[in-house]
Design a protein around this ligand. Structure first.
Ligand code: ADP
Ligand code: DP6
Length: 303
């Protein structure tokens, strides 16, 4: 029977934004993420009878550049004498819209290869492999994960039950990928060093706040870390921004609700969509309030 392997999206509360090393992939600063169980990729690998490697997402044939990217990655850990394959993947997460499809897709692909090529790798080995495909994907293997500067990945614990929703600004494929954008910031941002220092500090504070189950602190660090990351885009050459006027409107809604006593905080990644972090017990009333103010699509990210 054909079965799909599942990979999950994750959203960083302290961002990974810059590679200190590309081989192996190491982040400039330790980072922390929350897995989103409703936003996922499911992938299976089949033999390709036409003897060419192919890659489909949601039944759409991907460009040769995308095929080459996937094959280059999987060639690092699959047999060299393999037959041609079709990678067939379905994303419930919008693809390349700043909602972490690279993480869910890479995790699902690594698991699908483990299955198809009968690699029998342990989870720890698969985590190691995944980060060479897309750095942030190594965090998707755990509900709450930390990826450290030495490359290791730790599972973290927190007694809080988090919820996350996305205020969707735009689900289209972004014009500049996370990878290219991140590299431009590393190379040219005049505030990149300051970002790394701040992120290192945020990591320490976030670990403490998670341990103490201090939601207010967790939210404050999440917001200020995201804003600092996005600050590096405006200080790059050429400068750019993932955020649009509508992203700022969504952030304002979160701030307005917070001023009315709702416990909610925003974060954004390499795209215009705004994610809202809250406690699961507040989901229904928060959804109701946000829906009155945000007329576009809202995605609930947890089961
Ligand atoms: P996102 O913000 O969605 O993570 P990125 O620009 O970081 O966007 O990554 C998008 C890339 O992730 C795609 O171009 C593709 O290479 C990869 N990707 C997305 N979905 C999948 C999938 N289902 N399987 C494998 N790779 C995927
Ligand atoms: C803004 O993991 O997609 O989402 O390692 O080049 O594949 P590559 O980058 P990727 O970058 C994620 C960037 C981010 C922040 C984060 O998830 O920590």
């Amino acid at each position: 029977m054909d079965s799909y392997s599942l990979g999950y999206a994750n959203i960083a509360l302290v961002k990974y934004w810059g590679k200190k090393s590309k081989d192996p992939v190491l982040p400039y600063n330790p980072n922390i993420s929350l897995r989103l169980d409703n936003l996922l990729s499911k992938t299976k690998i089949e033999k390709n009878n036409n003897n060419i490697d192919e890659f489909y997402i949601n039944d759409e044939k991907q460009s040769q550049e995308e095929v080459d990217k996937m094959i280059k990655f999987i060639s690092k850990f699959t047999p060299t004498n393999r037959e041609a394959i079709t990678i067939r993947s379905y994303n419930t997460v919008p693809t390349a819209a700043g909602l972490s499809s690279s993480s869910s897709g890479t995790m699902a692909l690594v698991l699908a290869c483990n299955e198809y090529f009968k690699l029998n790798k342990t989870t720890k080995e698969l985590v190691e492999i995944a980060k060479e495909g897309s750095g942030s994907s190594c965090r998707s293997f755990y509900k709450l994960a930390a990826w450290l500067e030495d490359g290791s990945v730790e599972e973290l614990q927190c007694s809080l039950d988090f919820g996350m929703m996305v205020l969707v600004v735009n689900e289209d494929r972004k014009k500049i990928s996370s990878r290219v954008a991140m590299e431009r910031c590393v190379q040219t941002s005049t505030t990149f060093d300051a970002w790394v220092e701040k992120a290192k500090g945020d990591f320490v504070l976030m670990k403490e706040a998670l341990k103490d189950a201090n939601f207010e602190k967790i939210g404050e660090i999440t917001e200020s870390n995201a804003l600092a990351m996005h600050g590096t885009t405006s200080t790059s050459t050429p400068s750019f921004s993932f955020l649009t006027e509508e992203s700022h409107m969504a952030m304002d809604i979160v701030k307005e609700l917070r001023s009315k006593g709702y416990k909610c905080y925003f974060t954004m990644d390499a795209g215009p969509n705004v994610k809202v972090l809250y406690l699961r017990e507040d989901q229904d009333k928060l959804y109701e309030e946000i829906s009155k103010l945000w007329k576009k699509k809202i995605i609930l990210c947890m089961e």
